[in-house]
Design a protein around this ligand. Sequence first.
Ligand SMILES: Nc1ncnc2c1ncn2[C@@H]1O[C@H](COP(=O)(O)OP(=O)(O)OP(=O)(O)O)[C@@H](O)[C@H]1O
Length: 504
Amino acid sequence: MDYLSTSLKMASRRCPTKRNHPRADSTFLKGGATQQSEESASEDSGHPSSDNQEDEQIDGLEGVETSDDNDNDHEDDNEDSDNNRPGGSWDDHVYLSEDQYSDESDGTVEDVCPETQAEIDQFMKSFRKLDLHFKIIGKTGEGTFSSVYKAIDLRYDRYVNDWDLDERTAEYHSPRSKRQRLSHGKEKKAKYVAIKKIYVTSSPQRIHNELELLKDLTGSKNVVSLITAFRHMDQVIAVMPYFRHVDFRDYFRKLDIPEIQLYMRSLFTALKFVHAKGVLHRDIKPTNFLYDCSKGRGVLVDFGLAERESDDGTCCCLGTAEISRRDLKNHSPLLGGYPKNDQRPSKRANRAGTRGFRAPEVLFKCNAQTTKIDIWSAGVILLTFLSKRFPFFNSPDDIDAIIEMATVFGRAKMRICAALHGATFETAIPTITEKGHSLGRIVEWATARGKDNPLHPEEKTALQFLEATLELNHQRRLSADQALRHPFLAQIVPDVSDDEVETI
Ligand SMILES: Nc1ncnc2c1ncn2[C@@H]1O[C@H](COP(=O)(O)OP(=O)(O)OP(=O)(O)O)[C@@H](O)[C@H]1O
């Protein structure tokens, strides 16, 4: 983890009134009590434990805390209590202790089973001093690479919270002073965070990549941001804003077209932001887009597989915008035959992603993959909504995934798509027809539509949009920006606050 700590080291920016989120401050306690008053926390902070070098804060990737840094922080603490802040005295700021917060401020009541509670207790015990900053109240999710917990940010009011875009928007609309708002009883609500405990089996490179990208992607209401990050021994945690959301399986069959439009608008707004920063998410799927149906707002999470767009890759698709059927006939590698026992090493390319959501160019191992791979995956989500089938594609491996795709799109289009990336597609499977099926037909079959129940005009617009996102040739596939201007999404009243946040 030395690599991690050194490569993440950056200058720490300080705020005159509050700390700019170096959270591993000197108030970390040895052993740590679950309910700790601010006063006693500060007292204990004067005695940093001897193994402080093992605790690092990656502070939004700023200022990795060393024991020296901790000393500085301790001085800052003293300054705070010396009324040195331009804003006035210590009393000006309402700091809430853990039991003053309402756990129900976002409408969710946590119900933690004994096994999860034991897991949480073990985690808190193993990660020293974390209990001074956060109170974990539940487990919100689990993935291949992490467990994610919902927690109350006990020290929210001690820091500059630029990450809290909801708060910033509220201030923009109603510029009452923070003091006024905090002193108003009803607004003493808990600030929730999601603590992502990245499994120690993840490579430092992968963890570093995720944290770096999260840090760069701050500023959109539809993309998760990084509040801070900590390391203790071999354990790294990322702290992000918590987003209330509903399990995709609970609503994907229920959403009507206007609701699907809201969902897709939110998702493509997130993609536009991420792609504009030159980042490919690589793992767009429902569990990575946390959607709150009641607000019609979603947030893109999990940048564990994300990467920056690069010009280094090579693939025949770079010099070829289009391959016609005639080109294919004249230049098909099959014309010259192919070896039965091909000894050549197979082509290699980044295939990271989730099965069922991989774009054709990923399956054909293109080495010049672009942000368009995310558009394809978003298209698969739309197909799931319209067909009311989840998962829509369910292949165990890439070969089966190509067969599933060919069953829909047909041999002719698949041959052209393969040739675009220097590959050959041939199959003797009789159910794969030459022309395939239109996406409209697939949706009709999946939803048992007949002559007495034809597709509505708005569903037809949705299908046109679907075809433009599930375009086999990535060069003809819509970009996120174009998608937002497509009639399917352009008429949706945008979430005004999204635009405002960027201009604050
Ligand atoms: N900021 C957040 N707010 C609320 N819940 C979250 C947040 N971030 C993640 N989660 C929950 O935790 C789950 C797992 O998170 P994430 O996808 O980041 O982990 P992962 O281990 O990388 O997963 P995957 O297996 O998809 O790669 C999400 O599906 C979601 O339910």
